[in-house]
Design a protein around this ligand. Structure first.
Ligand SMILES: C[S@@+](CC[C@H](N)C(=O)[O-])C[C@H]1O[C@@H](n2cnc3c(N)ncnc32)[C@H](O)[C@@H]1O
Length: 203
């Protein structure tokens, strides 16, 4: 969605200043995700933003990160932050993810894409994972129609499958769900909530 590309390009510096560290139990999810992966595995960060905190943390532990994002301004900050890692400017909807990877992170990015594309994106992410590979992702935390909202003075598009449909889709792709919980709860108003998931393919 071009709305989001323009929004993140315009707000990259403000985003980067705000997104300094893990939120809620994000660090626990990341530890669970990394727990089953071989040392030094390749990790894809799909919708990596400025690389903080996820790619930065993963790279510091010795994993090889490939970050993909459609915002040139966000990627520029990620490249500066993590010069030893690989970053590619692309939209998740039509990116050749160029695997294989031991793990895929898709954190707070899928919900910026129309839900009718989610199955295809998750299928393609699944295909670049090695046997036993893991995925950690977020999606919307409630059933709701697509909407737009403002952040840092920009308008952004949001859409998600209802949580149960997203979990069913992952199971349908062969994933075993290791964890699914609300990272934040819907407040009945603007905040539709966020579902955090860590899942694994069979060996
Ligand atoms: C909310 S930020 C999250 C960044 C980072 N993953 C994090 O955990 O902080 C969303 C990111 O997804 C990227 N994004 C949104 N839609 C995308 C798309 N269709 N293809 C690739 N990147 C996208 C944005 O440019 C932005 O960097």
């Amino acid at each position: 969605v071009s709305l989001n590309r323009a929004g993140y390009d315009a707000a990259a510096a403000q985003w980067d200043a705000a997104r300094r560290d893990f939120y809620g139990r994000e660090r626990d999810y990341l530890e669970l995700f990394l727990g089953g992966l071989p040392a030094g595995a390749r990790i894809l960060d799909a919708g990596c933003g400025t690389g903080r905190p996820m790619a930065e943390h993963v790279a510091a532990l010795g994993y090889a990160v490939t970050g993909v994002d459609q915002s040139a301004a966000m990627l520029e900050l990620a490249r500066r932050r993590l010069p030893g890692q690989t970053f590619r400017l692309a939209a998740l909807e039509d990116c050749d993810f160029a695997g294989p990877y031991g793990g895929v992170i898709c954190w707070d990015a899928l919900f910026h894409i129309p839900r009718d594309r989610h199955r295809d994106i998750l299928e393609r992410l699944c295909r670049v994972l090695e046997p036993g590979g893991r995925i950690m992702l977020t999606s919307g935390g409630s059933a709701h129609p697509a909407f737009t909202d403002r952040m840092f003075g920009q308008e952004f598009f949001y859409d998600s499958l209802p949580p149960e449909a997203l979990l069913a889709l992952l199971r349908n792709l062969g994933f075993r769900v290791l964890l699914s919980e609300l990272l934040n709860r819907p407040d009945g108003g603007r905040d539709k909530g966020r579902l955090a998931v860590v899942a694994q393919l069979p060996q």
